[in-house]
Design a protein around this ligand. Structure first.
Ligand SMILES: *Cc1c(COP(=O)(O)O)cnc(C)c1O
Length: 365
């Protein structure tokens, strides 16, 4: 079976893991510090924090902004479910906005219509590594005094107008889940340029602990959202080859593009001008639900794994029951959820395999 994604690690990592096990220091050691140091270098910031997952990162972002009951947070109607779940978990209300079909990110004109006096934050999602016009979005947030959280779970290394995703938000969150471009098995990263949020998150992710005059104090009712030493070592190794990871994915994406551009049955995701995607996932949109399912089965029979990319969140049981959903408001999200498919991409996909997969898909029609 050609897997949808399969992380690749340098074999040397085994020795590093053995060293960690022999040392006995499995949490709060030098590897998580080193990983944060390397991330600071990458982002040219001082404020990177490693945490236990992308979801933990988003939860901490909302907590540090003090978002709670009575507050509204705007989220895209099409994303991984975690983007909305974290809003529910701080007691606030997620307000869904439809996406554009072109790049699968939030529609900024629709977003503007949903802003009101209760809107405290926007969680923007760079779906599959792609982005909306982030400069325009930043202006909307500033003008309306709304905090911007980047759910950059999918977009490590993506850039808009040559600026890395993660540097647009007040607080930005990455995931290190195995499906993402960088992985530490489970894990997440927070980047913020505000010292206030940095200090809060650093403490909150570690039970609310701070150290004053060499004494441990607990000033906040924190949680344990730490990344372990072994996970940090995996992250360090993965980060060291991020450039080649991105260029390889872009090469595979261009091969797929070249096959599908002329296939009238397939709509591909397009990068906006100024947008440079890491192609964490390669997404194709089919004409209807039954064609999508038939193609998925056909690929499975040919030992090629594929899957639905993300969810139309308002359609999921919890949200459907709790909020009165007007389906016409989310027609693009629903279309992409029902008719979309992601196909294999990553370091495990050679150029030869990409050609094979693309030819198979075109042969289906
Ligand atoms: C993967 C993902 C998450 C969740 O990250 P975890 O590390 O699995 O908790 C959140 N949002 C988006 C957009 C994602 O793709």
């Amino acid at each position: 079976m050609i897997r949808l994604s399969k992380p690749v690690f340098n074999k040397k990592i085994i020795k590093v893991i053995k060293k960690i096990l022999d040392s006995g220091t499995l949490v709060n050691g030098s590897f998580s510090k080193q990983f944060e140091h390397n991330l600071n270098k990458y982002f040219k910031t001082k404020n990177s924090i490693v945490v236990s997952s992308g979801t933990a990162a988003l939860h901490l972002a909302l907590l540090s902004l003090g978002i709670s009951k009575e507050d509204e947070v705007i989220v895209p109607a099409y994303s991984y479910i975690a983007t909305a779940n974290v809003v529910e978990n701080v007691g606030a209300k997620p307000v869904f906005v439809d996406i554009n079909i072109n790049e699968l990110c939030i529609n900024l004109d629709e977003l503007k219509k949903k802003i009101n006096s209760k809107t405290k934050a926007i969680i923007i999602v760079h779906e599959f590594g792609n982005m909306c016009d982030l400069e325009k979005l930043s202006k909307i947030c500033k003008k309306n005094r709304i905090k911007l959280i980047e759910d950059a779970a999918c977009s490590f290394g993506s850039r808009f107008n040559n600026k890395l995703t993660g540097l647009f938000g007040d607080i930005s969150c990455f995931s290190l889940h195995p499906r993402k471009i960088l992985t530490s098995s489970e894990g997440g990263i927070i980047v913020t340029n505000k010292l206030k949020y940095f200090k809060f998150i650093k403490s909150y992710k570690n039970h609310g602990q701070t150290i004053k005059n060499n004494k441990i104090q607990f000033n906040l009712p924190g949680l344990n959202y730490r990344l372990s030493e072994i996970q940090s070592a995996l992250g360090i190794e993965q980060l060291s080859t991020i450039k080649s990871k991105i260029s390889h994915r872009r090469k595979i994406a261009k091969i797929y593009d070249s096959y599908f551009e002329s296939n009238e049955n397939i709509e591909i995701t397009k990068e906006l001008t100024k947008s440079f995607s890491n192609y964490q996932s390669y997404h194709i949109l089919l004409k209807n639900h039954s064609t999508r399912n038939k193609l998925k089965n056909f690929l499975f029979q040919n030992k090629i794994e594929s899957n639905v990319g993300a969810q139309a969140i308002p359609l999921q049981e919890y949200y459907k029951k709790k909020y009165k959903i007007k389906y016409n408001d989310f027609s693009n999200a629903i279309k992409v959820f029902k008719n979309g498919l992601v196909i294999p991409i990553g370091e495990h996909i050679t150029i030869q395999k990409a050609n094979f997969i693309a030819k198979k898909i075109n042969s289906f029609f």
